[in-house]
Design a binder for this molecule. Structure first.
Ligand code: HPA
Length: 233
């Protein structure tokens, strides 16, 4: 029984890719997987299972933000035995050397959210990626000739921050980019002793103000998904 995912037992694969946008989940499932079935329609937050090069994999939309991804990650792990959760999303770069369409492997996810602080009674927890998935993703990217960056990112509760300069504090500590989900994914994976990794594509830069037009994102996103799908086992 699961509140937001009405799949039947066994319909979700052990490896689950997690885009924020459920229509992106649909697009990837339809273009990159074989023998695809849709297991979830609740709230239009589609989830699909299929095969990539003979390996079973699911793709589940998560919505945007920490509370939303926390719901889907919790249910995938606790009710459907997901064991490898790989976020595939976009991010805003906060370092000058990052270019639009660069791909980042998030080693760790700092946050301005209270998600971890509440859980740890005000103390700090450092949510980190699975080293095994990170290494496998790095190796897959190298095999495909795709350059990647790896480092700390910020999972923010604010897409529109009241202080437009706030990102500079994180940038001064070497944080690469801002997104809105990974810290919760990493913490929940640790709690349940499963593996998680976030792979992110730079869609905009807070340093330069540049934005990738939606249509042009497709190619970079395809590369990110190609890396993520290699993590199916
Ligand atoms: N901020 C937060 N999340 C994001 C951004 C951003 O600039 N770009 C893509 N996701």
């Amino acid at each position: 029984m699961s509140f937001h995912i009405n799949a039947k037992p066994g319909e979700v694969a052990e490896t689950v890719l997690l885009p924020g946008d459920p229509l992106r989940a649909k697009h990837i499932a339809e273009t990159m997987l074989e023998q695809v079935t849709c297991y979830n329609h609740v709230r239009n937050m589609y989830g699909f299972t299929g095969y990539y090069q003979g390996k079973r994999v699911s793709i589940q939309g998560t919505g945007m933000g920490i509370p939303s991804i926390a719901i889907y990650a919790s249910e995938l792990i606790s009710s459907f035995q997901a064991r490898r959760l790989i976020r595939v999303g976009s991010c805003g770069a906060i370092q000058p050397e990052l270019q639009l369409r660069d791909i980042i492997l998030a080693m760790a996810a700092s946050t301005d959210s209270s998600f971890n602080k509440v859980r740890f009674g005000g103390m700090d927890y450092a949510p980190t990626a699975s080293f095994r998935l990170l290494k496998n993703a790095y190796d897959a990217a190298m095999r495909k000739g795709i350059a990647i960056k790896a480092g700390n990112i910020l999972s923010s509760d604010n897409f529109y921050n009241a202080n437009p300069e706030q990102w500079k504090l994180w940038a001064a500590y070497g944080v690469l980019a801002i997104e809105m989900e990974s810290t919760a994914l990493y913490t929940l994976a640790a709690q349940h002793q499963v593996e998680a990794l976030s792979i992110l594509t730079v869609s905009d830069s807070l340093v330069t103000g540049e934005e990738e037009p939606a249509a042009a994102r497709e190619k970079a996103f395809t590369q990110m998904f190609a890396i993520a799908l290699e993590l199916a086992e």
